[in-house]
Every structure is written in C-alpha cells, then in structure tokens.
Design a protein around this ligand. Structure first.
Ligand code: IVH
Length: 667
C-alpha cells in the first residue's frame, strides 16, 4: 500500500512534470481539470500532514499573502552588465578583437537580448534555494517567494546530471499579452498605464504580496550558468543541458562560426523579434567556450567575451500640431501632443503623451516643431526630441502648460513633490464626475452589468445621474428609450444595479474612488474599521496605524470624508442598501487581542495550518510579518523551526511561543 508520504511525493513529481510540459514545452499531456484535481489532492494531504512540508512543492507556487520586507543577499559572483554596441562596425570591432586576442578558432553564441529584469537563481541538490535580483550588482533583494510563483522556473530539477550547486541567471519578463491586459484594466480604472513590460515585471517582482505576483503570469528565460562543475566547456551546450533539467531556454539561441553568420542572425531577429511573445531590445553575442571566456576575462563593469548589439528604437519625424489636455477621474491632467499622422512600427501615430510640465519644458517644445517620435519598448509613443534645424522656419509659440482646467475652468494645482497637475474641482468638473461613476460600476468595483462609459455619459448628459448614489434612484422608465434602449436592456441595468447591493464592503470602499485607495488598501481599511462610520471618523493617527497605510493615503482618506458632498453620497448609498459594513460572519471572529503585535510564524504545526494561524493573527488585530527583527513581538513556532531563525530570536531576545499557548492567548 502507498503511504501518505509516497502519495505526496508522487503527486509532487507528477505536478512538476505537468507544469514543465505545459509552461516550458507547451505540450500538456493532461487536462486542466486533471491538473487541478491532482493539485487539490496534494494541497489537502499537505494541509493534513504538515510534517511532510516542502518549500519546493508545486503547491508553493500559488503564493502567500504575507507581507515581506526583502532581505538583501550578496551575489556570489557579481552581476555585471554588457557593453553596448549600436552599429555593424562595432560588432566587427568586437569580433576582430576576440580573434586577435584568442589567436585560435572560436564560436560565437548569438542570443536574443530579453528586455525584462535580471534574476539570479541558486540551485542546490536540484532544488531552488534562492532567487535574488540584480540590485547594485554586488547585492540584491531576496525575492524567492515571488519567483516561486513563476511557473516556468523549476522548483525541482529533472534528471540527475546537474551540478550539486550552481547558479543560473536569466530574465524575468511580463509577456505582451499579460501586459496589454493589465493596461486595459488600468485604463478602465483610469489608473496610470504601465510604461513597458520591463517596468511591469520588475515592479511585480517587488510586490509584497506573492499571490498578486502569481496572478501576473510572469515568464522567465535563462541564459547564463555559473558554477564550479558545469557539464560542458561550451556555453551553448550548458544551456541545452539546463533545458533538459527543466529550465526555459530560448530556442532562438544559435552558435555561429563566422562574422557573416552573426550578421545574418542579427538581421533575421531584427525583424522576427516582433513576433516573439515578450519584449526584446537587442542581440547578445558571447564567446562560446568557457575556457576562452576565462582567457578574455572581464573589465571592471562587463565581460570582454560578450557584447550587446542594441536594436535601433524605431523613430519618425513629424510635425507637432497642437497640445491638448485631458482630465482624468482623479482630476489629473495629461498633456497630449497631436501630431501630423506618421507611420511608425507598422501603425499610424497621431498622438503622443507628453506626461507632464517638466517633460514639456525639458524638450523646449514649440507648436509647429518637427519632433522625433519613438516607440521603443513603450506602448504609448513618446516625443524624444525636437529637430532644431527646422525650427528657424517655424513661427509657433512655445508650449506653456495650462493654468486652468480645460473642462471646468478651475485653477489647477500641483502638489509638492509631484509632477502632475490636478483640477481640484471634484464635485462639478464633468470628466471627474463621469470618471468616478465609470470607476464605481467597473468589474473589480461594483461590477454593474449592462452599464458602460457610453451609457454613463448619456445618463450624465440627460441630467439623470450626477454621482454614484444617483444610480440607485434610476427606474426602468428613466432608461427605456434613452439612446434607443429597449425595456429589456433597461431591465438588465436595473437588475445589475440592484445586485451591486450585495457587493462586499471592501469593494465598495474601492469603488468610491478615493485617491490612492486601490483594492489592497480598501481591503485593509475594511478589515481595520469594519464600517463606513468608523472609517469616516478615523483620526490621521489611527489611519496611519493600519498596515501599509502611510500619511499620503491617510490624508487623502480624510480629504475625501471631509467633503460634505461625499458624506451625502455615502448617506444615500446607505439608504439604498449598499454594503457599508463588514458582514456578520467576518465580524464575529474579530478581536483586538493581538493589536499592535508583529508576529513571525515559523516551523510546522499540528493543530492548524500556517494559513489558518495567519488568518487568526489578522482577525485578532495582529500583524503577520516575514522576518524576525527587534520589533517582532513573538514567534509562533511549530516543530522544526529553522536554526538561523532560532539563533536570531535568541540574539534579539524575541519570545517564542508554541501553538497551544498561542491558541490560549486568543481564546
Ligand atoms: S548575459 C555578464 N544574455 O542584459 C553578462 N544578458 O546589460 C551576463 N540580458 O543584466 C548577461 N538578455 O539583464 C545576457 N541573452 C542574454 C540577455 C541578457 C537580456 C540582460 C541582462 C543583463 C543585461 C546586460
């Protein structure tokens, strides 16, 4: 008979393999349903048998929601950068230099230069032990928990011919498809768009909550092995071996033995890269033999055996016709350059974002200027410069940032330390009113079916809706006939509005559209205050005491509730029956027995799972933190607490309590 331990092992091995088949090889062998069934069996067995816990189990990829402050770790080998070249001439120079220095045959491994964020992974005995960002090259942030959520990074290696200990480096990327989807959602919510997948990937990797990281579907390509006992002298051959251990190695990599082959590779990928699912910004050329690499050595900043050839960012020259200004939901003003239409990377560009006043000033823009527009890695084209030579023939005025709102005429303000200008007239500035309603009805907020920006616009124009509370006063009669709407769709809208009365409190807080209050903050506020009155009356100090809420957010909450018209809206929402307090079930379990306590959970438990303890800490007002510091109140320790943690706790005099004592404490 199979023991529980064996069953867990079997499930883990099978799931590791299926993950690899699905994510790396793109060849799933089982259905999603079968995969999910195996995963849930594994999760329940692990929950019931914490003694078999394994940090590298496939179940650990889902990510936990503990807040972690990243620990800095020194790199065993510094993470250097590459010398850049931009022309064929410089590539020839590099090739010739290598030829002269080595004075023997050599091969060049050509690779795509992925435009993401670099990562260093350490494996010991076939298991991922650490993932560290580049940081300053000497030391970086330990982001292991977040990296574990990336499905293409193996937690356990295949086969048995990998070195006992080695490091592998590569690039973490946000695929275009994920990036585009995230930005579509952001656009809906009128949040600033992510500039490019590179920033999105590095930002995601630094998130405190690894379940959000898991949802972002990052990917990773590995391109550099380091260690004492690598199997081959060839870099390319080592990468192929790494592929057999389960790593995702790009199949675009190619070994070349002549300069002409190198150029063919560059020219081919300069075009073809547009069909890759991730962002790229060049080609990396590496001398293939590790022995030859050692002979060539390093300069202080980069290897002499490798170089990056950067693709030219595509650029076009066109005329700046006008600058207009858009007002967003929060009143933020975005200057937009309206251009003479021009072809750029396969699309016609008519507009470019100018971001803010400082950028306009630094470009010294004049209306009528001939400007350079680039796409680079950015989705929104940007103006990178002015062709000063053609300026003499132009007579346009210097672009000066507006002083008043283009929609309502209010005087704009610019907060200290911020680059953006805002229209402060939240109550009667039309795009702000409409924007707030659109945010309120959006999917992640009140999720009102059948309503979209156009209908909201119509309601507003007809004078039916001035604020979010007015939505709850609408009748089928009001809507039928409007914009040709039939009774059936009017019914659907009213049903959607009524359904939104069941949306939980935390999402209602998010839906209100308080500046800087996103979904995570809204959750924290709902938990901490329980109902809208307590939130409304909270002092600045109480607000700041809530986990992850700083002065900026706290002040913004106070400004929101300080506004008479917002309080009226909330009163009306209350009368309409919108959820303005936590549900009874949630409340029943809450106390403040652990208020102000920072608690570290460590080891393996018998009575409850780690997740359950985390939940208990939060429900009782405590804070679960990832690492021990002098501020830690106590450690809730199960069996097998790590020796390093034990030593640190003893050194700092942090008390350690077991699960029975903990349960007594909160009972
Ligand atoms: S090799 C010692 N290969 O480019 C050099 N780097 O400026 C090790 N990158 O930090 C790097 N694709 O983040 C290498 N195929 C590739 C790459 C690559 C992207 C990034 C990497 C590195 C930067 C160098």
């Amino acid at each position: 008979m199979t023991t529980v331990k064996e069953r867990i092992e079997d499930l883990r091995n099978a799931l590791h393999q299926h993950n690899h088949n699905y994510y790396v090889l793109n060849q799933p062998e089982i259905s999603d349903k079968e995969f999910d069934d195996m995963m849930s069996e594994l999760q329940s067995l692990e929950e019931a048998h914490p003694e078999f816990k394994d940090e590298n189990s496939p179940s650990m990829r889902v990510g936990s929601d503990i807040s972690k402050n990243f620990t800095q770790v020194a790199h065993q080998y510094p993470m250097l950068s590459l010398g850049n070249t931009y022309s064929e001439g410089e590539v020839t120079d590099f090739y010739e230099r290598i030829r002269k220095t080595l004075n023997e045959d050599f091969e060049i491994c050509c690779e795509i230069k992925f435009d993401g964020t670099s990562i260093s992974l350490t494996y010991e005995d076939g298991k991922l032990v650490r993932a560290v960002t580049r940081g300053d090259g000497e030391k970086g942030d330990d982001v292991t928990d977040n990296v574990k959520t990336i499905k293409t990074i193996p937690l356990k290696l295949h086969g048995n011919d990998y070195p006992q200990s080695f490091e592998i480096r590569g690039e973490i990327l946000m695929p275009w498809s994920v990036f585009d989807e995230l930005n579509r959602e952001r656009e809906m919510r009128e949040e600033p768009l992510l500039a490019n997948p590179r920033n999105a990937a590095s930002g995601t990797l630094k998130l405190q909550n690894s379940s959000i990281v898991a949802s972002r579907k990052l990917d990773a390509y590995l391109y550099y092995l380091l260690g004492e006992n690598l199997p081959f002298d060839g870099h390319y051959e080592n990468l192929q071996a790494a592929a057999s251990w389960g790593f995702k190695i790009s199949d675009t990599t190619k070994k070349c033995s002549t300069l002409q082959e190198v150029f063919d590779y560059i020219n081919y990928w300069n075009i073809e890269r547009k069909n890759l699912p991730v962002a790229t910004d060049g080609i990396v050329l590496k001398v293939n033999s590790l022995r030859q690499q050692r002979n060539l050595g390093f300069t202080a900043k980069s290897p002499r055996w490798a170089i990056a050839y950067k693709f030219q960012a595509e650029r076009a020259l066109t005329r700046l016709n006008t600058v207009t200004y858009q007002v967003g939901r929060t009143g933020a003003i975005t200057p937009v350059a309206n251009l003479e239409p021009v072809q750029l990377s396969g699309t016609v560009v008519k507009r470019a974002s100018l971001h803010n006043e400082d950028i306009i000033n630094s470009l010294d823009l004049h209306i009528g200027d001939m400007v350079y527009v680039e796409k680079g890695g950015e989705i929104i084209p940007k103006i990178t410069g002015v062709d000063m030579e053609s300026r003499e023939f132009m007579t346009g005025d210097k672009v000066k940032f507006i002083t008043n709102c283009p929609e309502c005429g209010s005087k704009l303000i610019r907060y200290e330390g911020e680059a953006a200008h805002y229209c402060p007239n939240e109550t009667t500035c039309p795009p702000q009113i409409k924007g707030r309603i659109e945010h309120f009805i959006s999917r992640r907020a009140m999720n009102i079916d059948g309503l979209g920006p156009e209908t909201v616009d119509k309601f507003y124009q007809e004078g039916l809706v001035h604020n979010v509370a007015d939505l709850y006063q609408l009748s089928i009669n009001d809507i039928t006939g409007l914009d040709g709407k039939k009774e059936k769709s009017a019914n659907k809208i009213i049903a959607g509005i009524n359904q939104s009365k069941n949306v939980p409190f935390e999402r209602v807080i998010f839906a209100l559209g308080i500046r800087f209050v996103g979904e995570t903050v809204a959750k924290k506020l709902a938990k901490a205050f329980g109902d809208i009155e307590s939130l409304e009356n909270a002092s600045l100090e109480t607000l700041i005491n809530v986990d992850e809420i700083g002065e900026r957010i706290a002040k913004s909450i106070q400004v929101y509730f300080g506004d008479e018209s917002n309080r009226e809206i909330i009163e009306k929402l209350k009368i309409a029956g919108v959820q303005l307090k936590q549900s009874q079930e949630d409340l029943a379990a809450r106390t403040d027995k652990l208020a102000g306590k920072s608690i570290v959970i460590s080891g393996v438990f018998e009575l409850h799972s780690r997740e359950e303890y985390k939940d208990m800490i939060e429900k009782n007002g405590g804070k679960n933190v990832g690492s021990i510091s002098a501020k830690t109140s106590f450690i809730l320790a199960g069996d097998n607490m790590g020796p390093a943690k034990l030593e640190k706790a003893n050194k700092l005099g942090v008390p350690i309590i077991n699960e029975n004592d903990f349960l007594a404490l909160i009972s």
